[in-house]
Design a protein around this ligand. Sequence first.
Ligand SMILES: Nc1ncnc2c1ncn2[C@@H]1O[C@H](COP(=O)(O)OP(=O)(O)O)[C@@H](O)[C@H]1O
Ligand SMILES: [Mg+2]
Length: 222
Amino acid sequence: MMQVLVKDVWKSFDGGRIEVLKGVSLEVAQGEVVALCGTSGCGKSTLLNVISGLEEVDRGAVRVAGRDVVEESTRVDLLRHHIGYVFQLHHLIPDLTLSENCLVPVIAAGARRQQGLERLHELAEATGVAHRLGQRVRELSGGERQRGALVRSLMNDPELLLCDEPTGALDERNREKVFELLLELVRSRGRTMIMATHDLELAGRCDRRLRMRDGTIEGESH
Ligand SMILES: Nc1ncnc2c1ncn2[C@@H]1O[C@H](COP(=O)(O)OP(=O)(O)O)[C@@H](O)[C@H]1O
Ligand SMILES: [Mg+2]
C-alpha cells in the first residue's frame, strides 16, 4: 500500500476558468522523502493542498495510507492525527504566542497538554526557537515564524509531512540547519515527506525528485 496515491487528479478554480492540476498522478511509498520541483505557478501548493484534503478535487483519486481523502470524516481524522503541514506562508495565528500556536494541533488531536509541552520544548530546542516560545507570533522574524511552523507541523509526530517551501524565508545557515533537522526527524522515524521546493540543492538531497510543469508531473529523477 502506498502512503500517498494521487491518480489522474484535475483541479480548477473560478468555476473551471483557471485549470491548475491537469491529470496529476503520483505514488509515494512510506518512508520516502520526495521533492516536488517546478517553477512558481506550476501547481505545487495546490497539489499539496489536494493531498492533505484542504482542497477538493474536480476529479481523480487521492489516497493517504490507503484511505480516501475525498471522504470527509477520513479527511478530518487524517488531518488531526496523521498529516503534518508546513505552509508556504506559515499560517500561524499572529496574536497567539508561538507556544499556543504549537499546542493547537495537540488539542485538536485530543492529546494531553503536558505531553504536548514536553514535545514542544524538544522540538523548539532543536529548531532554535525555544527562547521565543512565549512571544506572540506577530513579534517574530520571518525565519522564526517558519521554524515555528515546522515545530507545529511535527507536534503530533505525523506519518506524512507535507512541506511547502519550508526553508524559503531562512538565511543560508538556518536553511541548512532546519533542512538537516527536518530530514533527520523524518528519516529516523521512517516518516514520509513531500516537499515543494525550487531549491535544487535541497531537492538533490531527497530520495526522489518529481518535476512539475503546468499542472502535470512531467518527469522524475532518482
Ligand atoms: N484559490 C485560487 N483561485 C484561483 N487561482 C488559484 C488559486 N490557487 C492557486 N491558483 C492559481 O493556480 C496556479 C498554481 O498555483 P500554486 O499551486 O500556488 O503554484 P506553485 O505553488 O507551484 O507556485 C497559479 O496560477 C495560481 O494563481
Ligand atoms: Mg507554492
